[in-house]
Design a protein around this ligand. Sequence first.
Ligand code: ME8
Length: 663
Amino acid sequence: MNGNDDNSGFYITTPIYYVNDVPHIGHAYTTIACDALSRWHRMRGDGTRFLTGTDEHGQKIQQAAEKRGMKPIELCDEVVMNFKKLWKALGISNDDFIRTTEERHIKVTRYFFEKLMASDDIYKGLYEGWYCVPCETYVPDAQMGEDMLCPDCKRPLARMSEESYFFRLSKYQEALIRRYEARPDAIMPRVRYNEVMNFIRSGLQDLSVSRTTLKWGIPVPGDERHTVYVWLDALINYISAVGYPEPGGKWESCWPCVRHMVGKDIIRFHAVIWPAVLMAMGLNPPVRVFAHGWWTVEGDKMSKSKGNVVDPFEMVDIYGADSFRYFLLREVPFGNDGDFSELGMVNRVNSDLANDIGNLLNRTLQMIEKYRGGCLPPSAVFERSCDADAALRGLAEKTLAGMDSQMSDFSMDGALKTLWVLIGAGNKYIDETQPWKLGRDDPDDRLDIVLRTLWEVLRLASMLIFPFMPETAARMRSQLGLEEDISVERYPDWKWGAHLEPVSVKKGGVLFPRIDIPKWKADYDARMKSRAEALSAGSGNVSAVSFDTERKPAIEIDDFKKLEIRVARIESAEKIEKASKLYKLGLDLGFERRFIVSGIREFFTPEQLIGKKILVLCNLKPAVFRGVESNGMLLAAEARDGSGEILSLAVVDGDFPPGAPVH
Ligand code: ME8
């Protein structure tokens, strides 16, 4: 299937989320955005499919499981439930949920690998590079600082090489450039398009797509010592979930209209690697990859150790799913970064939701009840409309088309603004027509026309708001006296005045009660205080310290005997120029003096080191760091607490002589 892009269908995907942690605002944001888009397309009558899921293989998951003393699959089974629960609480309407540990996915990943090997797009080679042993990752040259330390854990890197399978990414450089030059809207927003184009033009290198160091992954077909690189495994979910490569599977209609929504940090995987893999498979690259921005929280980067991670469950409990959805989609131009502040959300609830749309509904229904006993006569009254009525009707008719074009650009904030122009105009229309002054028995039916016009605006608003706030839309409809479920409505069928029958409205509870700011503030402060207390109790607690629990295979005593470990007294500790993490340590080994280079400068001052008797691996082959030769390696215990990495040197007590061997 190489068919042309299909614009009548709409298949949208979220990234699949890692299950090493609880869901946060970032996960909620992407998923809510995809939900609003897919609900919009269903209302248009497009063939729509919406996929989300979880990314369950790889080192992160393996380590998270080890930390909790669980098997990786046990951790996945547990955490996946949090995601599913959250999507329910947020009213997410996904058609499917894929887990990469499911057989339907594993099978397709292996099929990709086999097919790409058969076409020589995957080949076996030698991966060589700077490797961080504790992080178990190669560090690309471009990410390595002058100090030659791992950019993540700041420890010295080792030169390593291992057998690996490679994907011929370089072969697709020109094809990718051609595609994106011809279709600039395939990567949005523009800033990401430029970023990706610059990256591709700077030259693509073949990509290592297997690991021998990782067990928790999908075995490479025919060479089970290797597992498939977790990113390749993950990307394939988008097509494995729709039944590729079965003839007649859903993928045949979904794939020509696939759009991926991602965060800006993972755009390259989706706009470079994935399209190239698809091209190699003879499949269409995605119609669009849209990268949204990142949220900071109350002006600060979100982080667990700061205790400021926004818990979407808590937001739903306090504010309700629709207010949270509305705020996220309305607050920032979609694609830009934004700042999440609860006060900002409260202000929007009070102004946009309670004041604007809530009041429009409330005032209209109140008047229909008061002046017409809750029942509106048939819409034929429109025949006697005057200019003010016609102007509002004209605006309503333009609103749908305007929002539709903004939604096709994924501008959800823009679409909501457009809808709010109509809502604002509705409120203004009430102020101007002053229905309370109109005679109830006016032979020109002015009052009926005004009330019907307002009711029509609200009927339309309830349909247009549905993709963003589904619960609110349903409540509006039932108050407006519309019995049928909203899911039967379609935008192309909407017509002003199409509802000819008389209607009986049913005024219910207020849509969005105003939040009392002083009361809210007291509650907010109390929540923040208890969160801070929990955080500081946690950081003073031993259980907040974590460390690597990865176990190594058993060795023979002879393996250990190869190590020459001795006591050494530190005589000097000199800083190494332009290497902010490194010391050159002068050691007394009793029978000789020597120097080692060690990345412990951020943990100890020279005064804390000099005089200490430490343990040193003496027979490690010499290596040169920043021009200084290192002849050995000191031993230390390492862990992490709330403040980051912590280190304790392996020392010997008392008068033990330097040079003494350790057995
Ligand atoms: O990346 N604001 O999974 P993940 C907005 N498994 N978005 C944020 C955010 C923030 N503060 N923090 C994170 C993965 N995100 C891979 C994807 S797809 C084949 C594999 C977004 O659980 C982030 O940009 O780390 C990404 O889109 C998603 O949340 C994180 O997913």
